[in-house]
Design a protein around this ligand. Structure first.
Ligand code: SAM
Length: 203
């Protein structure tokens, strides 16, 4: 899977342009407040970092987590391009299951899983990332899922996009299952003719 993203990295931002309204919806759904600390799991090329940073402001903190060096390099280039203004934004190059949280920092207030099917299917990644969130932290996950079988056009879209972006199609009917089981409460809404789910929940 890392090799897929190594090749996709140079064109990734263009490929994702059509999904920007969903990204905004997901980030708005986090309900971030100025000064909060938010994690962006599987942050890719850092397309969410600017909106997250805008939501938490200069006193907040944005931490991307990305395991593919080619994707992380692009995310870090976005941060560097903004100079000191984005000094509260960083990208950790690591699998989500091995996130090291600095001992001097309080636990994070929120986490975003945006098109991160592989992260959601890894119990170790979920356990580790939820361990660095405070009780009551907001969690939002958005991604592809199977629509009901009669929505064949939606499912053709999901299949094409999934083959292009995830290591397995496992649990595409309910990709949020593992995350939801670890949360205190959650709710699901469906978008784009049921091909996209949005989970909002609390640790
Ligand atoms: C489809 S991209 C989504 C990127 C970004 N969240 C966005 O919305 O543009 C999925 C990203 O998750 C990363 N990823 C997959 N499994 C991961 C893991 N276990 N730990 C960290 N990153 C992971 C991939 O390398 C890829 O960059």
């Amino acid at each position: 899977m890392q090799s897929l993203y190594r090749w996709r990295a140079p064109v990734y931002d263009l490929e994702l342009a059509a999904f920007e309204p969903l990204r905004r919806l997901a980030i708005d759904s986090l309900g971030l407040q100025p000064g909060q600390c938010v994690l962006d799991l599987g942050c890719g090329t850092g397309l969410s970092l600017g909106l997250l940073r805008q939501a938490v402001g200069p006193q907040g903190r944005v931490t991307g987590v990305e395991q593919c060096p080619a994707m992380a390099e692009r995310a870090r280039a976005k941060i560097q391009a903004h100079g000191k203004a984005w000094r509260n934004t960083e990208v950790l190059l690591t699998p989500a299951a091995q996130v090291e949280w600095p001992a001097d920092l309080p636990p994070a207030d929120a986490a975003l899983f945006h098109f991160t099917h592989d992260v959601l299917q890894s119990p170790a990644a979920l356990d580790r990332t939820l361990a660095v969130l405070r009780p009551g932290a907001q969690v939002v996950a958005l991604g592809l899922c199977w629509a009901p079988p009669w929505q064949w056009a939606s499912n053709a879209f999901v299949l094409g996009a999934a083959l292009h972006s995830m290591s397995s199609l496992d649990d595409l009917a309910c990709p949020w299952r593992g995350l939801a089981a670890r949360l205190q409460q959650h709710r699901i809404s469906r978008h784009w003719m049921d091909s996209i789910y949005l989970l909002q929940g609390q640790v």
